[in-house]
Design a protein around this ligand. Sequence first.
Ligand code: NAD
Ligand code: IPM
Ligand code: MN
Length: 354
Amino acid sequence: MSEVRKIAVIPGDGIGPEVADAAVRVLDAVAEKHGLPVDFVWFDLGAEKYLREGVTMPQPVFEALRDEYAAILLGAMGDPRVPDNKHAEDILLGLRMRLDLYVNERPVQLFHPRLTPLKDKTAAHLDFVILRENTEDLYVGIGGNFKRDTPDEVAINEMIATRKGVERIVRYAFELSRTRRRRVCMSDKSNVLRASHGLWRRVFQQVATEYPDVAAEHLYADVCAMEMVKRPERFDVIVTSNMLGDILSDLGAELVGGLGLAASANMHPGRVSLFEPVHGSAPTIAGKDQANPMAMILTGARMFAYLGFVEAAAGVERAVREAVAREVCTPDLGGSHGTKAVGAFVGELVSGDA
Ligand code: NAD
Ligand code: IPM
Ligand code: MN
């Protein structure tokens, strides 16, 4: 038997534990069906632990995740009792930065016509991927407050773009598009952010010359948001900066059914990578068996694909599509089922029992 791949599960806060539980049950079912050598190990990291022990990401835990695990599956981070989001900064952003997970991949794909709020748009119009640069931009945490809490307060967050950082995500976008419909749209605000996004513009033009078989276009991010609503069919791969990608990916999610279905992957190809849905901890519905587990389940499927379990991953995605088609859904998708029931149904579909 091949080597066991250890997967770290960090359920996290709010709805995180509920959706992580549902997803791991489905992944276990598909792993059993395909005889996959995986071992899920659960980690107690998040707001509860931070409030209890003052600990966010202990160094030995970080090193174990980095050195011993094939992948990390994370539910969500965010708790109203931690208003400065310190634990999320250390755990979620910390893992993205410290593991150098420069690709944040967020697919926008319509599973069923009833799920889009857009008029006259079908699955053929809504099938693209947002690639969000994941290690730079306004997310690097450089800045501070001067004369805090005085009328003269000054607040600064620095926006960072490096040639290396931009080039590697842009190159990834062109490579990905070659497995799809060979179109890449780079979106920025280079009309305003002349230095940082000017660099994006120049690097994009340069890398595009190496991919003459791929159609390369540029849209300012405001227009990109508009076009995502008006003519989503023009998009195949969208590549953009960290902050703009954060915003555009929530918009993208809403075009195809909402955050309850939106999967996401934080990757550095060839290295231990982190898989978490686009959504957050949704504190108002936490613990009520109302959260849609499908985003987390699809995120798990993406993780399996990353680990090379492509057939198993496809099986999970098919099962989610089937559950959506049969309307075995949570209230956000118009259904009347709970988190557990939806997870169990997807698991049965995966195992061939439903
Ligand atoms: P959110 O994504 O948690 O929720 C936004 C809206 O979508 C809410 O109405 C929520 O009920 C709904 N929603 C989200 N996921 C859902 C699901 N699976 N099923 C059904 N409905 C769902 O965003 P927010 O309210 O802005 O943030 C809450 C907390 O989560 C904050 O602390 C924020 O920082 C954090 N957050 C974390 C992540 C992450 O861990 N990756 C992502 C986004 C936000
Ligand atoms: C996301 C989230 C995170 C981000 C927050 C929770 C730090 O919104 O993954 O989309 O801004 O990247
Ligand atoms: Mn977000």
